[in-house]
Design a protein around this ligand. Structure first.
Ligand code: GRF
Length: 225
C-alpha cells in the first residue's frame, strides 16, 4: 500500500477468469493492496466477466471483431484502460497478441501469467507440448510484458511434476493451482512498490536485480512478507 492508497489495477481476460478470481480473493483478504478498477474482456461470453460483476467490479467487453485491424483494436483498448487510470495492467488469460505501441504504452507496468516454465513453450498449447516433449517438470511463469511474445523478463515461476497418466487437462489443472499463487504474489510485490522493471530491462525486487526468475518453492519468508 503506497502513501496514496491501494494501487489501481485493470485486468484483461478472455476466458474463465480463475486467475482474476485469485486477485479478487487476494484483495478481499487484504493480501493485495490493490483496487481492481475494471475487468475487460475481448470475449463477451467470458466467465470471468461474471466473476467481476459478482465482486462488484466494472466488467467491460471490447470485441476485437468490431475493429478493422490489431492497431485499431489496441488503440481503442488503450483508451478504455486509461479511462480507469491504472498503475498496473494484468493479463490474466488475455488471448490477444498486442501491438508494440500498446506494449510500449504500459512498459514496466504490465504483467502476464503464462502456463509454462518460460522460456520453454512460448505461445499456445503448452501442456500438450510439455507432454509430447516428455518433460518431467512443467509449470507457470509471471513476467513483465515486452514486445517479444511471452518473452518479457520473468519474475516468479512455480513448478509441478508431470505424472504418469497425465493428459493436458490433468496437467493444466495442477499448473493452474500454482498460477493462483504466483500471480497474486507478484502483483503484491508490485503494489507494495518493491518490484519494478529496471532501465536495463531486468526486474528488480527489493533493490536486487533478478537475473533469473524466483521459484515459488524457494521464496524466503522475507520475500513473502
Ligand atoms: C491460464 O492458464 C493462463 O496462464 C493462460 O490462460 C489461462 C487462463 O486461465 N494465459 P483463467 O482464465 O485465469 O482461468
Amino acid at each position: 500500500m503506497s502513501a496514496s492508497g491501494p494501487l489501481p489495477v485493470v485486468v484483461l481476460i478472455s476466458g474463465s477468469g480463475s486467475n482474476l478470481q485469485a486477485l479478487i480473493d487476494g484483495a478481499l483478504a487484504g493480501f493485495l493492496p490493490i483496487v481492481i478498477r475494471a475487468v475487460i474482456s475481448n470475449q463477451a461470453d467470458a466467465l470471468g466477466l461474471e466473476r467481476a460483476r459478482r465482486a462488484g467490479i466494472e466488467a467491460r467487453v471490447l470485441s476485437h471483431r468490431d475493429y478493422a485491424d490489431r492497431a485499431a483494436y489496441d488503440m481503442a483498448l488503450m483508451a478504455l484502460i486509461d479511462g480507469f487510470k491504472p498503475g498496473l495492467v494484468v493479463l490474466a488469460g488475455f488471448m490477444r497478441i498486442l501491438t508494440d505501441g500498446f506494449v510500449a504504452h504500459y512498459q514496466g507496468r504490465m504483467l502476464n501469467i503464462h502456463p509454462s516454465l518460460l522460456p520453454r513453450f512460448r505461445g499456445l498449447h503448452t501442456h500438450e507440448r510439455a507432454l509430447e516433449a516428455g518433460d518431467r517438470e512443467h509449470g507457470a511463469t509471471v513476467h513483465f510484458v515486452t514486445e517479444e511474445l511471452d518473452g518479457g523478463p520473468a519474475v516468479l515461476q512455480a513448478r509441478v511434476p508431470v505424472e504418469a497418466g497425465d493428459d493436458a487437462t490433468s496437467l493444466a489443472a495442477r499448473v493452474l493451482m500454482k498460477e493462483h499463487r504466483i500471480l497474486p504474489q507478484v502483483v503484491r510485490w508490485f503494489a507494495q512498490g518493491r518490484l519494478r522493471l529496471g532501465t536495463d530491462g531486468l526486474p528488480r525486487l527489493d533493490g536486487e536485480t533478478l537475473l533469473q526468475p524466483l521459484r515459488l518453492d524457494k521464496l524466503t519468508t522475507a520475500l513473502k512478507a
